[in-house]
Design a protein around this ligand. Structure first.
Ligand SMILES: [Fe+2]
Length: 455
């Protein structure tokens, strides 16, 4: 069923020129929640793909947000089963912030209200629970039909936020995550068992409050990235950018056993940089290999021009030498790295990224790296088309690491609509296997997951 839209994006285009990038073009929010069950498909959906593709993003309900990272979370989902696309739907994550955007995160007793979440950054499933994530708040549970259940605090045990980039260990089924804060504790580590019980919480000592967006997890260790994007509380009080680059803070990687605590962390100095997203991390004897989308410097103000484009860099953390080496694997700009979910924390042969050929926030193609050979294969979309994060869905029962599909929403500016595109990951240059035409625009977003039907 199609519900009518009342605020077509195209009508607003002519007045959008002065808006910041995150509120115009295909970054602009949509204002309706649709449920569509009659989806046109070009090509053939692999019948083995049975489940749901969910992708979260920032979609300010009022039409305005001061930054791309601060809009209300809206998840766009498509259910695939037995070669059919059963539905597309988009739903806000209904946190208290949705209807009360001015609500204060600081309660009268001085504690933080961690339910005031944008819930806009990622969506994962662990232990049968689907969680919408945003790094400053508690996770929010949603149903398989994207209805909001509510904040999830692990039976009251979780007293901090959860990063939007937890990792599910493919070997133990544990959910590993951290939280950072502008006020102490600046960094906290958590471990949840495969059956969803919060079994470990550790405060980790760091020099100060930094924006720690993501991290690395290996079979036995976690890697904290203590990088020089520091909280500036004075600027925050004056309504300015709360997080800024620091020339003084330095940059360190902290390696800790997964069941360790703050005193077990071994810190390694590295050259100042920022990394939003590692592709993966894994152990190689006494070394940890970590491939990351690495920038020499960033700014959260996209107009200040000091940021540099991210490129794929390999860190090797050598515990014997006590040092970290750095090698550029590809000098072309890229972001939104993904690997096979079954290779998280283990050595991966393949990695997938969005290529940012024009330095934009989103790209018009995907790169697939074979890290065993250095080969890179590409899939290019059309002129002006914008692809989001390539999510890998494995073919059930497959042996080869790349036997599966890449799923992503792709914006088609000529129609002001988006498609869910399904590529054969073993044949990157080939035409998509299937294109599921969404009868609306899906704004550029952040991260998502392929959530296969549970056996
Ligand atoms: Fe992210």
């Amino acid at each position: 069923m199609t519900q009518p839209t009342t605020t077509p994006h195209s009508e607003a285009d002519s007045s959008q020129e002065d808006l910041p990038f995150h509120l115009k073009g295909n970054f602009a929010p949509v204002f309706e929640e649709w449920t569509e069950t009659e989806l046109e498909v070009t090509g053939s959906i692999p019948p083995e793909l049975c489940g749901r593709f969910f992708r979260n993003g920032s979609n300010p309900k009022t039409g305005w947000s001061p930054h791309w990272f601060l809009g209300n979370g809206m998840i766009h989902g498509v259910e695939l089963r037995d070669g059919k696309a059963n539905w597309y739907r988009n739903r806000y994550v209904r946190t208290p912030l949705l209807d009360n955007p001015e609500a204060s995160r600081i309660r009268p007793d001085g504690t933080l209200d961690l339910t005031l979440s944008c819930a806009n950054t990622h969506v994962i499933r662990h232990n049968g629970r689907i969680l919408a994530l945003e790094e400053g708040s508690l996770p929010f549970e949603v149903t398989g039909d994207l209805e909001t259940v509510g904040a999830h605090d692990y039976a009251g045990k979780l007293k901090t936020a959860m990063t939007a980039h937890p990792r599910i260990c493919p070997e133990t089924g544990e959910l590993l995550f951290f939280a950072y804060g502008a006020i102490p504790p600046y960094l906290t580590y958590h471990r949840v068992s495969r059956d969803g019980v919060l079994v470990q919480t550790e405060e980790i000592e760091v020099k100060g409050a930094t924006m720690m967006h993501d991290w690395g997890v290996t079979r036995n260790h976690v890697v904290f990235m203590d990088l020089p994007m520091v909280f500036d509380l004075a600027a925050m009080a004056e309504g300015g950018m709360p997080i800024r680059w620091s020339d003084d803070y330095g940059a360190r990687l902290g390696v800790m056993p997964r069941d360790g605590s703050s005193e077990d962390v071994v810190w390694y100095e590295i050259d100042p940089c920022y990394v939003f997203h590692p592709m993966n991390a894994y152990e190689d004897g006494s070394r940890i290999v970590m491939d990351v989308c690495h920038t020499k410097r960033i700014s959260l103000d996209p107009t200040d021009g000091t940021g540099t484009p991210p490129t794929l860099v390999r860190w090797v953390i050598d515990s014997d030498a006590g040092s970290v080496s750095e090698e550029v694997l590809d000098d072309r700009a890229c972001e939104f790295p993904r690997v096979h979910d079954g290779r998280v924390g283990l050595q991966n042969r393949y990695g997938y990224v969005v290529g940012l050929a024009d330095g934009e926030q989103m790209g018009s193609g995907f790169y697939k790296y074979d890290l065993s050979t250095g080969e890179c294969r590409t899939h290019e979309f059309g002129d002006g088309e914008q692809a989001g994060e390539p999510v890998f869905a494995q073919c059930p029962g497959a042996d080869a690491e790349d036997e599966g599909w890449l799923l992503s929403f792709v914006y088609r500016p000529d129609r002001d609509r988006s498609d869910l595109v399904i590529l054969d990951a073993t044949r990157m240059e080939a035409d998509p296997l299937a294109i599921i035409h969404i009868p609306h625009r899906v704004p550029m977003g952040f991260h998502g997951s392929w959530i296969p039907d549970e056996a």
